[in-house]
Design a binder for this molecule. Structure first.
Ligand SMILES: Nc1ncnc2c1ncn2[C@@H]1O[C@H](COP(=O)(O)OP(=O)(O)O)[C@@H](O)[C@H]1O
Ligand SMILES: [Mg+2]
Length: 202
């Protein structure tokens, strides 16, 4: 799989909002953390999860990453004040160079400049850590040159959709009392968020 392949540095997970990108990324995060803690992975490798949001601010993105790499005490006095972005990029670069971290970036809406953030070496385009990001826009995967390592999530099948609905309304899949709701679930088109929203009405 893409995650286990050392040659794959960047993986992009794309698809429309509500399809399950954040859910999948969080699952990957917890599995990587657990595997590190149980000795299946390398405990020196940091696993970092950052929500990027629609209009990312490089400074706060850097701080979110740095905070998980090397937590900064809150009561650090004046030195705790935000340093210039370029300074933070250097610090991040040094920290990320120490070991091969895994950076999970959720909800990226536009191509990010790795060099500006401090994720690539200043002298080359080499990315210092493995990056897995999610985006609602396939174009972001293209702009970030993810190539064959971009993965679409895809809709739930009819069976999966019905199972999700029944689970949410706390009924068995063959309960005749909810048979009419099958049409409603079909209208949700296999989108988990739509199915969950509709299930709230029952
Ligand atoms: N495979 C799935 N099975 C069941 N529920 C899911 C699945 N994927 C996502 N969900 C649910 O659907 C909703 C939307 O998922 P989310 O991960 O926030 O989507 P996205 O990040 O793509 O907008 C959440 O409530 C989540 O729990
Ligand atoms: Mg999301």
């Amino acid at each position: 799989m893409l995650l286990g392949n050392n040659d794959v540095k960047i993986v992009g997970i794309y698809d429309m909002p509500g399809i399950g990108k954040t859910t999948l990324l969080q699952k990957i995060y917890h599995e990587l953390r657990e595997s590190n803690q149980q000795g299946g992975g390398d405990p020196s490798k940091a696993v970092i999860y950052v929500n990027v949001h629609k209009e990312p601010n490089i400074g706060s993105l850097q701080r979110d990453i740095a905070q998980q790499l090397c937590p900064i005490p809150a009561e650090d006095g004046p030195s705790d004040a935000p340093s210039p972005e370029i300074q933070q990029a250097r610090t991040l670069f040094m920290e990320l160079s120490k070991n091969e971290s895994i950076l999970l970036l959720d909800d990226v809406w536009e191509a990010l400049d790795w060099k500006k953030i401090g994720i690539t070496s200043p002298s080359s385009e080499r990315v210092l850590c493995k990056i897995i990001f999610t985006t609602p826009l396939r174009q972001v995967c293209i702009d970030m040159e993810v190539g064959a390592n971009s993965v679409g999530i895809g809709f739930l099948s009819d069976t999966q959709s019905w199972e999700l609905f029944c689970h949410k309304v706390n009924k068995l899949v063959d309960d005749p009392s909810i048979t009419p709701e099958r049409a409603v679930v079909t209208l949700c088109g296999g989108l988990p968020r739509a199915i969950i929203t509709m299930s709230d009405y029952y």
